[in-house]
Design a protein around this ligand. Structure first.
Ligand code: G3P
Ligand code: MG
Length: 245
């Protein structure tokens, strides 16, 4: 049977309405009808997988400096909600472990983007896979791993070849499709502005599942799905779900 992933995926959670990459944003994505969330995973100084997009803490937390320079005990005290709105004060920077457990409780699937800090790609992929093996039940659809760096996907495959992988690209060309195939990926995750009807057909022709990010306009989501895009990653899962019916 071919690989299947939910149609509507909350990008960093429901990140238009809650602070990105927090448990609050993941809960809201579930409430808004997303079938899955996308999140960004990287490592603390002492190797704990945590969920944050940027290499630095400054934009989305009350901390400062490089994520990789801080031990988990320090990251665990950081506020990742106040920058978005005072009502999210006290929202923590989540661990991947806490995120996996929450998604399990909510019945959400996950797309874990391996988002290493510079120089830590293999280690990040290995630790993400280790957390999945430890904290995700084998009787549920396995998390979909994605990465812009082919080395991250190769490391994930070496750690557990059974976990599904998607290659992340900004632009669609033959090389992107060939790299995804070489890495035994099930999906190609393309920046949506790089997609047209022909491109989506080429991805499907290569037996890859087309995934589009980050699509926040409902009409664009409808168009992409009509072309054959399987999953829409959006900051606004509510609006996209309503548009797609
Ligand atoms: O996984 C899709 C998307 O999240 C990739 O870009 O920068 O939002 O992590 P970015
Ligand atoms: Mg991402």
């Amino acid at each position: 049977m071919g690989f299947r992933f939910p149609r509507v995926v909350g990008h960093r959670g429901a990140s238009a309405d809650a602070p990105e990459n927090t448990l609050a944003a993941f809960r809201l994505a579930a409430e808004q009808g997303a079938g899955a969330i996308e999140l960004d995973a990287k490592l603390s100084a002492d190797g704990v997988p945590v969920v944050i997009h940027d290499d630095t803490l400054d934009r989305t937390t009350n901390g400062h400096g490089d994520v990789r320079a801080h031990a988990f005990a320090v990251l665990d005290r950081i506020d990742a909600g106040s920058w978005f709105d005072r009502c999210f004060a006290g929202e923590k920077l989540p661990t991947l472990e806490a995120t996996l457990k929450l998604c399990q409780a909510l019945g959400l699937e996950l797309n874990i983007e391996i988002k290493p800090c510079p120089g830590r790609v293999v280690e990040t992929a290995e630790k993400v896979v280790a957390d999945i093996r430890r904290f995700w039940p084998t009787n549920r659809p396995a998390p979909l791993l994605s990465c812009f760096d082919p080395d991250g996907l190769a490391a994930a495959r070496a750690a557990d070849s059974a976990l599904p992988r998607g290659f992340l690209v900004n632009d669609l060309d033959d090389a992107a499709i060939k790299t995804a195939q070489r890495l035994d990926c099930v999906a190609l995750h393309v920046r949506h502005v790089a997609l047209d009807r022909t491109g989506v057909a080429a991805i499907k022709e290569a037996s890859l599942v087309p995934v589009a990010w980050t699509v926040n306009q409902p009409a664009r989501a409808v168009e992409l799905v009509a072309w054959g895009v399987a999953s829409i990653i959006s900051d606004r899962p509510d609006a996209i779900r309503k548009a797609l019916g």
